[in-house]
Structures are given as C-alpha cells and as structure tokens.
Design a protein around this ligand. Structure first.
Ligand code: HEM
Length: 389
C-alpha cells in the first residue's frame, strides 16, 4: 500500500494543488484511513510545508551545527535528512528505520528545511540571498531558550505518531552533525473535526487566518517565493513564539475580545461586516462618530498599508503543561510566517504592532528566529545541495 501511495503522489502537481494532498486509496465512507494515506510531494520547485495547507500537527526543530561541521559535512547532513524526508513523505521507511511500520501512514507529512543567517553567510555559495536576524521589537521579551539557531526543520503531519516517527528519524540522522536547541510543538484542528478549508480557531478562540495570501492570488509568487539567484522558488521562514496570558484573557468579555481583534468571535467577520470574508471597512463610523473597528485593534494595525506588507501566516497553537502558572499551562502561538523578503514585508508590520496593538495586553513574544528556505529539491536530490556544492 505504501508503495502505491508513493507512485501515486510524487508528481509535481501534488505539491501545488489547492488541497496540497492527494488521496490514493478508495476507503469506505465512515472510516477515514484515507487521511493516513494522503501524501504531500517532498520534491518539486518549492519545498513542501510552505504553500501546503497547514496539517494538524507541527514540530519545529531548532538545531545548532557542531563547530566542526563545514560546508561539506552540512551537505552530507542534508543528503541524509532529505532522503529521510523524501521517503517518509511517500510512506516509505527511512534507511535503517527500526520501526518501518510507523512510516506506512504518511498522513500528509511535510518536512521543510531552513537555514539561519550564520549558515547562509558562512556556508552557502552561488546565491545572492542575504539574511539578517530580525531587529529587536519593543514588546519582545525574548528568552534564549527560543532564540536563533543554525537550522530549522519544520515537520507537519495530520497524524501525531507519524510525525513523532519522522522527528525521531531526522534527529537520529542529524545527531552526528548538530545539537537540538529547541523543539516547538503545535496543533490545529484534527482532520475531520471541521469541513476542509474552514479557517481554524486559535487557542484564544478567534478565527485566525482569514486574510492571508492564497496560492491562487496574482501576487502570491511575488510575495512568497524568492527570486534571489540560487534561491528561486525558496522563501524565508519567520518564527515567533508568542505566549498568551490566558489567565487575564479569561477576564475579558465578548465585546472586549471582539474589539481587541476587530472581528466577531462567532463568524470571524470584521465588525463592519456579516461574513468572514467581507472586506473590513476601517473608515466606517458609528452613530457617535467612533470608528466601528478600533484603530488600535489587531487587524487595523496589522493590515497591509503597502502592496509589500504581506506575508503568508502559517501559525500553530501551542499548549505545554506549566503548573507554576495559575492556568496550569503555558499557551500561545508558534507563529510561523513566510515571505520572500522579511525586511520589506514582515518587519514594518511587526514594528507597527509593537508600537500599538490592543492584543499586546495579552500576548508576549518570547522567541524569534529567521531562516532562509531553499527551493525544493529535484527528484533524487537534496535540499540546498546546489548551495553547498
Ligand atoms: C489577523 C490573531 C500575531 C499579523 C489576525 C486575526 C486574528 C489574529 C484573530 C484576524 C483573522 C485573520 O485575518 O486571520 C493573532 C494572535 C496573535 C497574532 C492571537 C498572537 C498570539 C500576529 C503577528 C503578526 C500578525 C505577530 C505579524 C507581525 C496579522 C495580519 C493579519 C492578522 C497581517 C491580517 C490583517 C488584515 O489584513 O485584516 N491575527 N495574531 N498577527 N494578523 Fe494576527
């Protein structure tokens, strides 16, 4: 079964379809093993996991290369990890996989590799891509534990066991080259909970992801895919770990919550509209002359003010036990975004939010990092191979 899934879903179309996934078995209605057999192509013009509709579960690994790892060794690591990712994405066991049965249900597994500024500077050649760490923002309270690393591996999957297996194989094969600095886990709705295509809610209860570039938009390529030489079809991954103070958020009433974001909680519609995808009218006023959407609300501040200020948000919720807090948990977003040029597209928006955003009363960014995401690898090749040759 795994082998037929492999041949059925490795065409370039699988990575670019509207759903980003293909079903390869004709399972009976009622049971849903077809979710387990869906695949997302690892190989192609772009890496999987960027334009791919977000799967249910995330692990984001932050790795630091050992001092002795030079360009040649990094190339070897990427050949190993790309081979693992390519196989596991097809439902095929990795080489020397001790638990090959755990590979049989790929469940839309995707693996995306990104490289921090130091690696781009010191190891990559034949590219005009430059990458700087994000500037400091006044509202950030960064913790070293969640800081910039050399490499990021974004693993997404609709099944947590398949994801865990993939993570284990990648960590096993990277161990000779790199240490794990952090591991960020995240989740969205489980598949089947809502109709596919429904905008998910985040852990704060808001419909999150309504205004976001879609692959069908005319400017998607320009906004998301890099045109730097050697990086054509690549992108830049921005990672922000954002803690939400759920204890004090609990005390805010519905009107307060809606005004904070500028959208309704039930439908996700802007406060000036009735349906989720209605365009927000930031100039509309009420009978007293006050703006219907508070100019300090999250969407009024975050909305693009130039054609450049747009990026693809691909966030996950996180919840980890923390009994030292009254809520018993540390929760928030592993906010991941992709942009061709974070300096032009992301930084001005984050700067504006740091200056003023009603949401800031309840959220704090505790981690920040940025990674250059090379283009996808052709069949049989490894990610970043051409940059490390
Ligand atoms: C929109 C929540 C952090 C950028 C939204 C929406 C919600 C939301 C509920 C409205 C629905 C939508 O269009 O998706 C949150 C939460 C955050 C957070 C809970 C942190 C815990 C950020 C950050 C950025 C950002 C850090 C970028 C620096 C945006 C943008 C929009 C948006 C660009 C669309 C604005 C528009 O044009 O209407 N966010 N957000 N958000 N958010 Fe956030």
């Amino acid at each position: 079964v795994a082998a037929s899934a492999a041949t059925g879903a490795t065409g370039p179309a699988a990575s670019t379809t509207a759903t980003g996934a293909t079903t390869t078995d004709g399972s009976a209605a009622g049971s849903r093993p077809e979710v387990g057999m869906r695949t997302v192509a690892f190989h192609g013009a772009h890496q999987a996991g960027v334009a791919t509709p977000p799967q249910a579960y995330l692990t984001l690994l932050g790795l630091d290369l050992h001092d002795v790892v030079d360009r040649e060794a990094l190339g070897r690591m990427m050949r190993l990890l790309s081979d693992d990712a390519s196989r596991l994405s097809r439902g095929v066991a990795a080489l020397a996989d001790n638990e090959p049965e755990l590979a049989e249900r790929p469940a839309s597994l995707s693996v995306t590799f990104g490289f921090g500024p130091r690696v781009v500077r010191e190891h990559f050649s034949g590219t005009s891509m430059t990458l700087e760490e994000l500037p400091a923002f006044s509202t950030d309270r960064l913790e070293d534990a969640w800081g910039q690393t050399d490499v990021a591996v974004q693993i997404c999957c609709d099944d947590p066991l398949t994801l865990a297996h993939c993570r284990r194989m990648l960590l096993k094969d990277s161990r000779a080259f790199a240490d794990v600095r952090w591991m960020q886990e995240g989740y969205r709705r489980a598949v089947g909970t809502e109709a596919e295509g429904t905008t998910v809610r985040n852990v704060m209860g808001q419909v999150d992801g309504t205004v976001n570039p879609a692959e069908t938009d005319d400017d998607f390529s320009r906004l998301i895919w890099s045109e730097e030489s050697g990086f054509e079809g690549g992108s830049v991954m921005i990672v922000r770990r954002i803690r939400a103070r759920m204890e004090s958020w609990d005390k805010v009433d519905r009107a307060g919550r809606e005004n904070t974001v500028g959208r309704r909680l039930d439908t996700g519609a802007p406060l000036t509209g009735t349906k989720e995808h209605d365009t927000a009218d930031f100039s509309a006023t009420d009978e007293l002359g006050f703006k219907v959407i508070d100019p300090a609300s999250h969407i009024a501040r975050a909305t693009a003010r130039t054609p450049e200020e747009k990026f693809l948000r691909r966030p996950y919720n996180y919840t980890v036990p923390d009994v030292s807090r009254p809520s018993g948990e540390d929760a928030g977003l592993v906010f991941i975004a992709y942009a061709a040029d974070p300096v032009k597209q992301f930084v001005p928006v984050q700067q504006r939010l740091a200056e003023l955003d009603r949401l800031n009363e309840w959220i704090t960014t505790i981690g920040s990092a940025v990674y250059a995401v090379p283009p996808g690898a052709a069949d049989g090749e490894a990610v970043a191979q051409h940059l490390l040759a």
